[in-house]
Design a protein around this ligand. Structure first.
Ligand SMILES: [Zn+2]
Ligand SMILES: [Zn+2]
Length: 597
């Protein structure tokens, strides 16, 4: 794995301590200017490190109180002055011993600690005006090149990320080449805050967490509709593609995990308990048990491929401090499958899988990207097995016309794999799906066999794959991707009937009944409230369609149709609303179409 900016800063090794591309050089240089501004305003603050990070930079400062939003504003103003002064970044070298003495004299213990921990004989220092910092560069030439930046937030951070060390105050900022890029970025941040799935999950009554079950959501009725619709979607696709669904036990004797190797390598992540004097564990994954299902009968070459899917409920003992909403949990449900095939079938299976992946993500308007990871140095299996598997994976990607990255050596010890990221509506990437060829792990450890054409027993290849990843995490991603405004097929409530007054309640009930009879998820707002209030409320709940009914609608058998976006589509015959909405849902259309034509 590549070293983080932070690690490189602490080590000061290599040619540069930050990525020498223009944008990260600019961001890193901005962090120096920020430190200079902080020292000017708060001379007793001690400086730690200030790397560029994705989309911005930070700097850590030793200070007893946190920085306030007011402080950030002042710091930003001083930074603008420093930028205007157009000071040059000047480099100078010292021996390590000199540098230690230099920073000790200036009362900068963190710089001294960094210097004491590195091996270089000589180090470089950079100054701009009255500020000097230990750094290998590179930087921009002058502070005047730093024009488009903004300080974002401040929070506590432990020195070197270790909770046993002192708590520092970290200020995050961002810097860009143009004002438009900065504006775009700030909009994305703001939008991401509004779309936070933990916030929307509560507001839309989708799920909740209670401290009696850290890392495991309580699904509320609305959220359970999302789960069920996704399960239905998945099952339809898998049934059509020859998968057979299985369900295997959650609580399993440790013997199984010893055989699979999890006991040796993974037991710290497993929840264990004793039952009648024997050790059991909640399964952290479904693979070994799928192998039991394969092994139940003698398989012939004609039986393969076998595709066992499982909505596998797994538990992993994540540290409580790392748990985050639905995206980092202890209990989750994988849309898992294990495919067992002959080596000569591998390419066809992967080709079909990639086609399935593309079809799934198209439904959600998520843009997938693909990464192929090939044989690592430490691996099991023969060269011929690896050659066959890597060819199968890369040819399948090419055959599907998919662009892909290659991560040489990044595969599992048991086989190459394809990881799939998706890009959401805010342009953020999420790792979701994985397709992993398994040449040896399940096949050898569980002695899987099939009888080949020559009458001899052979080892099948296994494929581990999940497309959503887990239902919990995928729903978290979807909530943020859609900002809670789900397509009609996923929406917990698809339509709400809004009578303009009590007088039209009878017709409103008829409309409500018609939609219910068509199995649409519909509500009737029979509260004695003004229409404007009812419309706003339905919009806040992000209900796709509002069916407003009054005298004219009752007379003509229509509804006055509104989309949650505020768009008013006027009178539409009730029959047509029912037919078109049913069709939109059946086709899982991403946008709202009823009333448009
Ligand atoms: Zn620097
Ligand atoms: Zn598996």
């Amino acid at each position: 794995m590549a070293e983080s900016e932070e690690e490189r800063h602490l080590k000061l090794t290599g040619e540069f301590d930050c990525d020498p591309t223009p944008l990260s050089t600019l961001r890193h240089s901005t962090s120096h200017v920020m430190a200079q501004a902080v020292k000017r305003l708060f001379p007793d603050v001690r400086v730690a490190i200030g790397p560029a990070i994705a989309d911005g930079f930070y700097y850590d400062f030793a200070r007893s109180e946190p920085f306030t939003p007011d402080d950030l504003e002042k710091i930003e103003a001083v930074m603008r002055d420093i930028a205007k002064a157009n000071l040059p970044f000047e480099r100078r070298e010292m021996s390590r011993a000199e540098a230690i003495a230099f920073f000790r004299e200036r009362g900068e213990p963190y710089k001294v600690e960094i210097l004491e921990g590195i091996e270089a004989d000589r180090v470089s220092l950079y100054s701009q005006g009255d500020f000097i910092d230990l750094c290998r560069g590179p930087h921009v030439e002058r502070t005047g090149q730093i024009k488009v930046f903004k300080l974002l937030s401040s929070s506590g951070a432990y020195w070197r990320g270790d909770e046993k060390n002192a708590m520092l105050q970290r200020i995050y900022g961002t810097a860009w080449l143009t004002q438009e890029e900065l504006d775009q970025y700030v909009w994305r941040l703001e939008e991401a805050r509004k779309r936070d799935h933990r916030k929307l999950g509560r507001e839309l009554d989708l799920f909740d967490f209670y401290d009696v079950a850290p890392g495991a959501p309580f699904w509320l009725p609305n959220g359970m509709i999302l789960v069920r619709e996704l399960e239905k979607f998945a099952r339809e696709h898998l049934d059509a593609r020859g998968y057979q669904e299985i369900s295997t036990p959650m609580l399993v004797n440790k013997k199984l995990w010893e055989q699979s190797g999890h006991w040796e390598h993974y037991q710290d992540n497993m929840f264990k308990l004793e039952v009648e004097g024997e050790i059991f564990s909640l399964k952290p994954m479904n693979c070994p048990e799928a192998s039991y299902v394969y092994r139940r009968s003698l398989r012939s070459y004609r039986d393969l491929p076998l595709r066992f899917s499982e909505m596998g409920r797994d538990h992993r003992n994540e540290r409580s401090g790392t748990l985050t909403g639905l995206v980092r949990v202890r209990q989750f449900t994988q849309d898992d499958a294990h495919i067992f095939c002959r080596p000569d079938q591998l390419q066809d299976e992967i080709t079909a899988l990639l086609d399935l992946v593309r079809e799934w993500y198209k439904t959600f308007d998520l843009q997938p990207s693909y990464k192929l990871s090939t044989r690592p140095e430490k691996r099991l299996g023969t060269q011929a097995q690896w050659d066959n598997a890597e060819t199968a994976l890369s040819e399948s990607l090419r055959g599907n016309g998919l662009a892909f990255e290659v991560d040489p050596g990044g595969g599992n010890f048991y086989g190459p794999k394809i990881d799939i990221d998706v890009r959401d509506a805010l342009g953020r990437g999420w790792q979701v799906a994985t397709i992993q060829a398994d040449l040896t792990m399940l096949p050898d450890r569980f002695a899987l066999e099939y009888i080949d054409t020559d009458g001899q027993p052979k080892r099948p290849v296994a494929i581990h794959r999940a497309i959503f990843g887990s239902y919990e995490r995928f729903i978290g991603i979807l909530i943020e991707h859609y900002g809670g405004a789900f397509p009609a097929w996923l929406a917990p409530v698809q339509a709400r009937v809004l009578p303009v007054s009590e007088k039209f309640m009878e017709y409103a009930k008829t409309v409500h009944g018609r939609l219910r009879a068509a199995r649409l998820r519909v509500e009737l707002d029979d509260r004695n409230e003004k229409l404007g209030y009812k419309i706003r409320d339905a919009q806040v709940r992000k209900i796709p369609y509002m069916l407003v009914v009054g005298g004219r609608e009752a007379e003509q058998g229509t509804v006055s149709l509104r989309h949650r976006t505020g768009e008013d589509l006027g009178a539409v015959p009730l029959d047509r609303v029912v037919t078109d909405l049913t069709a939109e849902i059946a086709a899982r259309v991403a946008s709202l179409t009823v009333g448009r034509s």
